[in-house]
Design a protein around this ligand. Structure first.
Ligand code: FES
Ligand code: FES
Length: 157
C-alpha cells in the first residue's frame, strides 16, 4: 500500500488540498498530477533550470524539491505569471527580443528572471548573465534572453 501525505499549497493563487507520495518532487506534482505542463523537465537533476518555478517569490529547481516539504507555500508557475492575451512583461519581452528558439527552456528562464528581479541584486548585463547561469539554453539564445531580462529589470527598478 502506498502511503500518501496531506499537503496544502497555493498554486497560481488557488488553494489546493492534495495527497502526495513522500517521494514526489514538486516538478512531478505540477506536471503529472496538476497538469501544469508549462514547467519543463530537462535533466531532473538540478543542472538545467528548465523546471524553475517560484516558491514564495524565490526561484527554485522544482525537480530537486520534495513536494511534502512545501506545506503552506505559494507556488507560481509560468501559467500563473501570464496567459495568452494577458502576458507577463517578461513573456512579452521574450517575444519582442526573440529570446527563444525551441522554447523548451523558456518557462524556466522566465520564472528564473522574475526570481532574479525579486532578489534585486543584478545591476547590469554581466550580473544578469551570471545570475541566470543556472538556466541552460541548448539553442544558445543567451544574448536575446539577457536583452529581454534587462529591459524588464530596468523598467521595474
Ligand atoms: Fe530541474 Fe533540470 S529539470 S534542473
Ligand atoms: Fe531552445 Fe532555449 S530556446 S533550449
Amino acid at each position: 500500500r502506498i502511503e500518501t501525505l496531506p499537503l496544502s499549497l497555493a498554486i497560481n493563487g488557488e488553494a489546493r488540498e492534495l495527497q502526495v507520495e513522500p517521494w514526489t518532487t514538486l516538478l512531478d506534482l505540477l506536471r503529472d498530477k496538476l497538469d501544469l505542463t508549462g514547467t519543463k523537465k530537462g535533466c531532473d537533476h538540478g543542472q538545467c533550470g528548465a523546471c524553475t518555478v517560484l516558491v514564495d517569490g524565490k526561484r527554485i529547481n522544482s525537480c530537486l524539491k520534495l513536494a511534502v516539504t512545501l506545506d503552506g507555500a505559494e507556488i507560481t508557475t509560468i501559467e500563473g505569471l501570464g496567459q495568452p492575451g494577458e502576458l507577463h512583461p517578461l513573456q512579452a519581452a521574450f517575444i519582442e527580443h526573440d529570446a527563444f528558439q525551441c522554447g523548451y527552456c523558456t518557462p524556466g528562464q522566465i520564472c528564473s528572471a522574475q526570481g532574479l528581479i525579486n532578489e534585486g541584486h543584478a545591476k547590469d548585463r554581466q550580473d544578469v548573465r551570471e545570475q541566470m547561469s543556472g538556466n541552460l539554453c541548448r539553442c544558445g539564445a543567451y544574448t536575446n534572453i539577457a536583452d529581454a531580462v534587462l529591459e524588464v529589470m530596468e523598467k521595474q527598478s
